[in-house]
Design a protein around this ligand. Structure first.
Ligand code: TXA
Ligand code: MG
Length: 322
């Protein structure tokens, strides 16, 4: 997509400010967002590339900065459950997840409320909206200071690995966004779990950081590719520069091996076989592989249960033909 030259100048090609995660840093980040600029910020999952969700031009600039080829709907981030309710109509089955507050790493896709002032580009024109209240304090402070909903995809160039540190963000987007709020490494390390509702039953649209029972229904793969209803991830996604081979106990010569549990590897996702640790380290390890110029990456088997399902989902996409 093309923006007018003056819009392009306004939103892009300026030095990216690295802001500290303190009072003045948050205030500056909020000021930039309110002015329609793009600011990357940490959440407990990954860094998001934020834009004022009520400002269509700012949202368009997100697609341009990421080089996202299509208008995938973006997740709307707000500072409280009350604010979320003003934007989306959370069904009963959704409320069940929110009893003890909004859980870490959860996004829900719910009907968009009539009159909610969300730019239509955010939902890609869909009648639904993805909503999330981040649990990370600095993210909440930022959203509170902005005082408007913030649309944010992961803060990486389209198709590449999601960022779990401010350095990762800058590696991909330096000069293309106004600022990054540096809150250190994210704790969960994988994107949020996305849950939609079919009638009154929850359906997992994307595996992620919020653990759901293995028995909860998953959106079928066929539906995921044919309908925008699903997180529109293309099959190849989260891709490092090197090729990826999964389920590898014994690497081939020249492969850079990512271990897990008893499989040691060149570096391990989790020597103790802890899935939460592996999830938190996955993208950082893939970024490290990129940084080392590894052209062939092999990954140890990861049990396909709990958070392991989200890890395997990301690995399958990283390994998909490009
Ligand atoms: O952890 C995360 O979820 C991060 C942080 C920044 O919140 N965000 C993230 O955004 O991963 P993104 O754009 O990379 O992935 C969001 C996914 C997209 O695949 C999109 O299709 C789906 O959410 N999505 C958003 N709104 C939707 C809607 N109304 N209906 C269906 N899918 C939706
Ligand atoms: Mg993404």
């Amino acid at each position: 997509m093309g923006l007018q030259p003056e819009t392009r100048r306004q939103f892009m090609n300026q030095g990216t400010e690295r802001l500290k995660a303190d009072g003045p840093g948050v205030a500056r980040a909020a000021e930039l967002l309110r002015a329609g600029r793009l600011v990357a910020f940490p959440t407990e999952t990954v860094y998001g590339l934020g834009a004022d969700a009520t400002n269509g031009k700012a949202v368009a600039a997100v697609y341009e900065a990421k080089g996202r080829p299509t208008f995938n709907p973006l997740i709307v981030h707000v500072s409280s459950i009350e604010k979320a309710r003003k934007i989306g109509d959370i069904p009963k089955a959704g409320e069940a997840f929110l009893d003890g507050g909004w859980p870490e790493g959860l996004t829900v896709v719910v009907p968009l409320r009539a009159g909610a002032s969300i730019a239509s580009l955010v939902t890609a024109g869909l009648p639904s909206v993805g909503l999330r209240v981040p649990a990370l304090a600095i993210a909440k402070e930022l959203l509170h200071a902005v005082g408007r909903p913030v649309a944010a995809p992961s803060a990486n160039p389209s198709g590449l690995i999601s960022p779990t540190t401010a350095d990762h963000v800058l590696r991909g987007l330096d000069g293309r966004i106004a600022a990054v709020l540096d809150g250190g490494a994210t704790t969960a390390g994988l994107e949020s779990t996305i849950i939609g509702f079919s009638g009154d039953a929850p359906v997992v649209l994307r595996e992620g950081a919020f653990e759901v029972p293995d028995s909860m229904p998953r959106q079928t793969a066929a539906k995921q590719t044919n309908e925008v209803q699903a997180p529109g991830q293309m099959t190849s996604h989260y891709a490092p520069k090197g090729t990826v081979r999964t389920n590898v106990v014994a690497p081939r010569p020249g492969e850079w091996h990512l271990g897990f549990g008893d499989v040691q590897g060149n570096v391990s996702l989790s020597p103790n076989g802890d899935l939460a640790e592996a999830a938190a380290r996955l993208f950082a390890c893939l970024h490290e592989a990129d940084a080392r110029g590894a052209m062939r990456i092999a990954v140890a088997p990861i049990p396909d249960t709990g958070l392991g399902r989200a890890i395997n989902d990301r690995l399958a996409r990283a390994a998909a033909p490009r």
